[in-house]
Design a protein around this ligand. Structure first.
Ligand code: ZN
Length: 413
């Protein structure tokens, strides 16, 4: 039974890769050693522009070892260090065979993906194998201008599907003069890298086919810092951030509590007791980046990375449904849908005391918009006609002014 499902799945995937062009693409920009509070203080117009249209968090959490090797390995594999095995910058003990970088996983479904890494940091370029990059380009450490130029050249190639661009200057400055928002050199280093991020983004927007492509841009750091170092479990080292921007991404800030750390007992001992598993599931953490990027790339296959039987053991979670505004499970009580299941005419009840404009959009479980109803009467209820769409489960997004409520609905004739 299960086998049959997989072979059907495989056929549809093969059909997809043979006939559909890959329009979903991913750009990850990594800025090493950038504290959340320092990023917020620095003048970063290019990152701010992504934030203005995207989803962002200044409260992402590092739950593992706050050293670059283990951190970037978690960001790229979607698992914590007890699985990918990297506990230091020597990368000794790495297990990328069982837990490869996300491009390797994506290529299991979409073998023709073209993936490129541009990094300033030699260990990541030299010590990582089975990582799925078709091309690894190394630029001089701390030379953001060179990195931005090389990345821009790659972005001009039509075949590019996935790229990771890495900047080291902020971390280098932190080590020389202090990881602190009160250190002007550290702030200046962040602003300089933001400038280079702008160059990379301009190259992205200048792609000849950009209008027909669906890029997910993720900007992230690997860890913070305290004094002139990092590697410990302080708030300053573990409090990080990320930004997601793209055509599917709605503007929203995520705030989240610290789930704790897997590293309370030091490297070599995997200690789950330091982590609140409930918070880990809801908070943005480092292991989510790979899963989110992977999910975006393989989205058309309909496969959820977290539940795909061949990828058991991934620790991170995809934020794609949140990007589409369908995360607000807790808000479901604020909206009533009758009848549900619906056989056509459906009534939504909600609070709308300020009589704001109401829009209702209906998405299928792959996130495709199947119906939209704009400029509905600004009352506390709305009747919409869903007759004609296929039977099945859908997500209704009800926008009331600036607020979005979501509700799962069923259509049944
Ligand atoms: Zn460092």
């Amino acid at each position: 039974m299960q086998k049959k499902i997989y072979s059907l799945l495989l056929i549809s995937i093969l059909t997809l890769s043979a006939f559909a062009s890959q329009e979903r693409k991913v750009l990850i920009i990594g800025i090493d050693g950038t504290r959340s509070d320092a990023l917020q203080q620095a003048n970063t117009p290019n990152i701010d522009a992504l934030i203005a249209n995207g989803l962002f968090t200044y409260d992402a959490w590092h739950c593992g070892i706050t050293v670059s090797g283990p951190s970037w390995s978690t960001i790229m594999t979607g698992v914590w260090w007890n699985k990918h095995g990297v506990t230091s910058n020597t990368y000794t003990g790495s297990n990328y065979t069982d837990y490869p970088y996300f491009p390797t996983l994506a290529k299991q479904l979409l073998p023709n993906l073209h993936c490129v890494q541009v990094t300033e940091w030699a260990p990541m370029s030299d010590n990582v194998y089975n990582d799925g990059w078709d091309l690894k380009l190394k630029t001089p450490d701390g030379d953001g201008a060179a990195t931005a130029a090389v990345a821009s050249t790659q972005l001009a190639t039509d075949s590019l599907d996935c790229m990771f661009v890495y900047f080291d200057a902020v971390d280098l400055t932190g080590h020389s003069s202090g990881f602190s928002p009160t250190n002007p050199s550290y702030i200046q280093a962040i602003e300089n890298v933001d400038d280079k991020v702008g160059i990379v983004l301009n190259a992205l927007y200048a792609r000849p086919n950009y209008a027909n492509e669906n890029w997910l841009v993720l900007v992230i750091t690997d860890h913070g810092g305290i004094g002139t170092g990092h590697g410990g479990i302080t708030f300053e080292e573990r409090h990080i951030w990320w930004v997601a921007s793209g055509k599917d991404v709605t503007h929203q800030q995520i705030t989240a509590a610290d789930p704790g750390t897997y590293n309370l007992l030091g490297s070599g001992i995997f200690n789950q007791s330091g982590v609140n598993q409930t918070l880990l599931k809801s908070s943005p953490v480092q292991a989510d980046i790979a899963i989110t990027a992977l999910h975006h790339l393989i989205y058309e296959t309909g496969i959820q990375p977290e539940t795909y039987p061949f990828w058991v053991g991934l620790d991170g979670k995809s934020w794609l449904s949140v990007f589409n505004g369908v995360d607000n499970v807790a808000k479901e009580d604020n909206i009533k849908v009758l009848p549900n299941p619906s056989n056509g005419i459906t009534t939504f009840w909600f609070e709308n005391e300020q009589k704001q404009n109401v829009t209702i959009e209906v998405f299928d479980m792959l996130g495709r918009n199947v119906k939209s109803f704009a400029n509905l009467e600004a009352g506390n209820s709305a009747n919409i006609d869903l007759s004609g769409i296929d039977c099945g489960s859908y997500i209704a997004k009800v926008k009331i002014g600036a607020q979005t409520l979501t509700r799962k609905i069923q259509v049944q004739y």
